[in-house]
Design a protein around this ligand. Structure first.
Ligand code: ADP
Ligand code: MG
Length: 704
């Protein structure tokens, strides 16, 4: 359980003075809450980091004040000059002075009572805001702060600025943050003292204090020492949690799946090609995992077209050789069907009994699959999310494979795992989105990784070109020539979110236009079609009856039609890099020279231009992923919010990658020296884990 010490931080933010039922809703809008948390807590306020600072430290006398700058003045209130009755346009002015001069404080549409209360004549007030020159006079319009000498400390001379939302003022956010800092209890130090000293990092309490109550303008910059320390705390908590999960997996009793290799040999014989070196390597790593006494949790990364399907089939074959079952789950219906079509002939040759289960299998057909699955008459089940339904019970599921991981969340990963009888199902996750190393470490630190780096032999480079929409007709002419030579074309129309035109309408319009030119060799595929219609259209394209397939993004992942050699992407400027790369991966699979035409609507924004340029320059999925990370940030690439992967609240500081590497090494070392975190530092580290809400990981201690 979370140490009681931390409870004040995990109380509702409504326990903070000034935050009531209305403001909590606004806070909810602008705070980044972890998945599953619906009401902001004190800790969420604490992690709501400032993005800048207003410096009010300049406290000049009036003669020395520089117009246009933010200053804090000590003034005597001289005289109120309310706006005349009936003239709401004229401002309310209050003349004040110090020993060197005079200034007017100016208020528009002000409530007179309020100003009278704030600025009693004859009294001293500290006033802060931007000073201006108005003709010969100095003035300050709507000062940010007006405080009496007794309340001076309420006005921050360095005022952190927070991301806000309409209705939530900076003052409220500041007040809440300051209270949150006060709620932080005295905590035991979890970092090595020598490590802190070498970096001049402050203690945890001091670090959060300096972020929200800066004493130096530097403190609110992300490179500053307090931020570095907090980022490191967060990274260390994450890496420690992953290390614990990994260790737990390795010590958990799993099943040994060895198999005699006979089925795999038959599959290999039936393949029209030999495996690439990286496919072989990956299979060796997987076979080793399966043969070991622990459970497998492995990520297979391979760019689009790198040949993951065969690896999946071989992996499943190991399970069947061992007398058990396997499942392969795809993110869409179309893909599940494609998988079964690819796999069926190979399975036949190897004597594997396979079946399909998607949302479309209903009634008797579905019942039959389910009962055969339960009795073990099916070796391999291929399907979609439908595999999760609770009445789907395997006789003995030993291997579960999830294709195209980025569509699935951590929770689904867990749900599939638990389909195995003893929770000892081996899991292989396959992704076509190359994930940069740092993201792997931060988000998939619990997985082992295999990579398919080589492309299968015979893969052709794809010539990529960004083309403005105005040149559409010229593009059509080129396509006409290509079609005459036997080419096939994917034509993707993107999602249009904001306009009334739906993506469907855009695709339909383009479809109609292309039909006029190319006749009934043009097909249309979109999400609104029934499953059967989709299949028929796909089949007609795969068989070459259709030459041009206009589609919304339903063809995004996995579809394999080797003869298709031209990919046209409309409004390419609206797609992310990873998505463009995925789409392009649909072509370049056959013998023809391949093209990817990125149609864009000028003018291009800076990011869109950088993306398209990158696409023209390289086909290296890992390079593209790194660039994507640079352009978009990690959370978005992984869809972290939706997937329930841990998001980062502080850790996106400059120099993060180096901190991450250090945190990873540190975590390993810590567990080597103190496997159960029982030493003094170990206990403190447990507190750290709770502080960053890695409760699940701490629970593993008891399970062990
Ligand atoms: P992805 O990794 O995108 O899922 P696929 O498994 O669909 O890739 O493979 C893409 C294409 O490459 C398929 O047509 C497949 O038959 C072919 N392929 C796979 N492995 C090899 C190989 N070693 N040599 C030649 N072609 C291969
Ligand atoms: Mg695939």
């Amino acid at each position: 359980m979370r140490p009681a010490l931390l409870n004040p931080l995990f109380a509702s933010a409504q326990t903070l003075t000034g935050i009531g039922p209305r403001l909590i809703l606004l806070l909810k809008k602008c705070l980044a809450l972890p998945p599953g948390i619906s009401e902001p807590r004190v800790i969420d306020v604490l992690w709501h980091m400032p993005t800048g600072v207003i410096d009010r430290r300049s406290q000049p006398q009036l003669t020395a004040a520089v117009p246009g700058t933010i200053v804090t003045l000590e003034l005597r209130v001289l005289k109120h000059k309310p706006s005349p009755r009936g003239n709401t346009k004229a401002p309310y002015k209050v003349t004040c002075e110090d020993d060197t001069g005079r200034i007017d404080l100016v208020f528009f549409h002000a409530e007179h009572k309020f100003i009278e209360r704030q600025l009693p004549e004859g009294e001293i007030r500290f006033v802060s805001g931007r000073i201006e020159r108005y003709g010969e006079k100095l003035q300050m319009t709507h000062p940010d702060y007006i405080v009496s000498p007794e309340a001076r400390d309420d006005m921050p001379l360095l005022e952190p600025v927070y991301p806000l939302t309409a209705g939530l003022s900076g003052k409220v956010a500041l007040k809440a943050a300051r209270q949150a800092v006060e709620r932080v209890p005295e905590l035991p130090e979890w970092q090595e003292p020598s490590w802190l000293e070498a970096r001049y990092w402050p203690k945890f309490n001091e670090a959060v204090g300096r972020v929200h109550r800066p004493t130096d303008a530097q403190d609110v910059s992300m490179g500053a020492l307090p931020w570095q320390r907090l980022a490191y705390d967060e990274l260390l908590a994450g890496q420690l949690a992953f290390a614990l999960v990994r260790r737990n997996l390795k010590t958990e009793r799993g099943r040994r799946l060895t198999g005699d290799g006979k089925i795999r040999a038959k599959i290999a014989d039936a393949l029209p090609f030999s495996l690439t070196g990286s496919q072989k390597n990956a299979l060796t790593e997987i076979a080793d995992d399966l043969a070991a006494p622990h459970r497998m949790l492995r990520l297979l990364q391979g760019d689009v077209g790198s040949g993951k399907t065969v690896v999946a089939l071989m992996t499943m074959a190991v399970a069947v050789e061992g007398g058990a079952q396997a499942a392969l789950m795809a993110p869409t219906e179309v893909l599940a069907r494609q998988h079964i079509e690819t796999i069926a002939p190979l399975a036949d040759a190897a004597g594997l009994r396979i079946a399909l289960l998607t949302g479309r299998e209903k009634g008797k057909a579905r019942d039959a699959v389910i009962s055969r699955l339960a009795t073990g008459e099916i070796d391999i089940l291929i399907g979609t999310h439908a595999l999760f339904q609770s009445d789907v019970q395997f006789k003995d599921l030993a291997v579960a494979i999830i294709d195209e991981q980025h569509r699935f969340g951590v929770h689904q990963r867990m749900a599939l795992q638990s389909k195995g009888s003893n929770g000892d199902t081996n899991v292989l996750v396959m992704t076509a989105t190359p994930i940069p190393r740092t993201l792997l470490m931060t988000h998939y630190g619990d997985l082992d990784v295999s990579k398919l780096t080589e492309k299968p032999a015979g893969r052709k480079p794809v010539v990529t070109k960004a083309v403005p929409l105005e040149l559409l007709e010229r593009l059509i002419d080129r396509i006409r020539v290509q079609l005459a030579e036997g080419a096939q074309v994917y034509w993707v129309c993107p999602l249009i979110e904001t306009s009334e035109v739906t993506d469907l309408a855009a695709a339909e319009e383009r479809f109609a236009y292309l039909r006029q030119i190319f006749g009934d060799t043009v097909g249309l595929l979109h999400g609104g079609l029934s499953g059967k219609e989709k299949d028929e259209t796909m089949a007609a394209f795969a068989a070459g009856h259709l030459k041009i397939l206009v589609a919304t993004t339903v063809i995004e992942v996995g579809v394999n039609v080797p003869n298709a050699n031209i990919m046209v992407i409309e409004h390419a400027e609206r797609f992310g890099l990873a998505q463009l790369h995925q789409l392009r991966g649909r072509v370049g699979r056959g013998t023809r020279e391949s093209f990817c035409m990125l149609l864009f609507k000028a003018p291009l924004g800076e990011t869109a231009e950088a993306r398209l340029k990158m696409m023209e320059e390289t086909e290296d999925g890992f390079r593209i992923a790194e660039k994507d990370l640079e352009l978009r940030g990690g959370g978005e690439i992984l869809g972290a919010r939706q997937s329930g992967a841990p998001g980062f609240r502080i850790a996106e500081v400059p120099g993060r990658d180096a901190l991450l590497e250090a945190a990873r090494d540190d975590a390993e070392l810590i567990l080597q020296k103190d496997p159960n975190l029982v030493s003094e530092r170990g206990q403190a580290l447990r507190t750290l884990l709770y502080l960053f809400e890695c409760d699940e990981a701490v629970r593993l201690f008891r399970a062990a």
